[in-house]
Design a binder for this molecule. Structure first.
Ligand code: XMP
Length: 319
């Protein structure tokens, strides 16, 4: 640790001074901000930190095992892995309105998290990955970030009934500073420079009703897209890229047979602030390769389209 930048040590000292011997809970999402908080707190207070990782069934391919591998296995962080996918899927059944879906996902998250927090009666602090732009946002403008946990002062997030003090060690940092801190703390660059992923996850990337089988198809298509972007060195040239599941069927041919299967849309954007965005002009050869792989490897998808809408008027997500 002798060559860690000064600000890492300062941040560690600050956390130690703030929490003393108290226990701390953190909702770990696998996103950049909560990951950096986990790494920082683990270094600062070790086993006084307990992370709760809620699998809502709407995560990306292998995301749950990656988070457990990284934090629990490699770093030795105490992580409670809650598989709540059935609970989330159950409540989402029959619901197709985007705002209603968001509300359900947020509400269930709070419920699951609270139940876990209740099992840790000694905890005094709730740590959150709030960063400086979130603090500014919560003072005013809506940016589509009606997320479950991360808003400042629990806006739309965890209720005060948890009776925990808020610990927000990143609240003075901008995103690029959070990333630098993550790297300095030893997190892999690939994790620290990952594209943002919305709190409601695949719930807003499966249009209309969320179904388990749709989520499984989407996860596989999305992973192929991201793999190929990385292989072609386009991942870091896009700000966000993902697949969207369209619950419409179209006709195709395969061998001698006719298929009648679902559609996946690919979305890739370039943006500085996510308030406006350009669709990424990916090479046609790359798009062709992704399309071929998805159609050949993901049985149930027989058509792939590319989204060429800018924001505005389209949003980055489809819901
Ligand atoms: P839109 O779709 O509004 O998205 O252009 C702008 C950015 O915000 C992300 N986003 C969300 N993030 N909870 C989140 O944590 C949400 O409900 C949510 N909705 C959108 C989106 O992925 C993009 O980066």
């Amino acid at each position: 640790d002798w060559n860690m930048p000064d600000y890492v040590n300062e941040a560690i000292e600050k956390v130690r001074a703030q929490v003393g011997k108290d226990e701390v809970i953190l909702g770990l999402s696998g996103g950049v901000d909560s990951s950096v908080v986990a790494a920082l707190l683990h270094k600062a207070i070790g086993d006084q930190l307990t992370c709760v990782f809620v699998d809502n069934g709407l995560l990306r391919l292998n995301e749950g095992s990656m988070v457990m591998e990284m934090f629990a296995r490699n770093l030795g962080v105490k992580v409670i892995h809650v598989d709540a996918s059935e609970q989330f899927m159950g409540h989402l059944k029959g619901v197709s309105d985007p705002e209603a879906k968001r509300k359900i996902i947020g509400r269930e998250f709070v419920e699951v998290f609270q139940a876990e927090a209740a099992k840790l009666p000694n905890a005094k602090w709730l740590a959150q990955g709030t960063i400086y732009p979130d603090v500014i946002e919560s003072a005013g403008a809506k940016t589509g970030k009606a997320h479950a946990i991360k808003s400042h002062h629990n806006v739309g997030g965890l209720p005060d009934t948890l009776n925990l003090k808020l610990l927000e060690p990143l609240c003075e940092l901008f995103k690029d500073e959070v990333r630098e801190l993550g790297v300095a703390l030893g997190l892999p660059r690939e994790m620290v420079y990952r594209h943002p992923f919305p709190g409601p996850g695949l719930g807003v990337r499966i249009l209309g009703e969320v179904r388990q089988d749709f989520a499984d198809l989407l996860r596989r298509a999305d992973a192929i897209f991201i793999d190929e972007l990385r292989a072609a060195d386009w991942y870091d040239k896009t700000s966000q890229a993902f697949a969207v599941f369209l619950p419409v069927k179209s006709v195709g041919v395969m061998g001698d047979g006719r298929t009648y299967e679902y559609v996946v849309a690919l979305r890739a954007v370039q943006t500085a602030d996510f308030m406006t965005a350009h669709w990424a002009e990916l090479p046609h050869s790359l798009l062709g390769k992704v399309s071929n792989r998805i159609i050949n490897e993901v049985r149930g998808i027989n058509r792939v389209v590319y989204d060429i809408s800018g924001k505005p008027p389209a949003t980055i997500e489809w819901e």
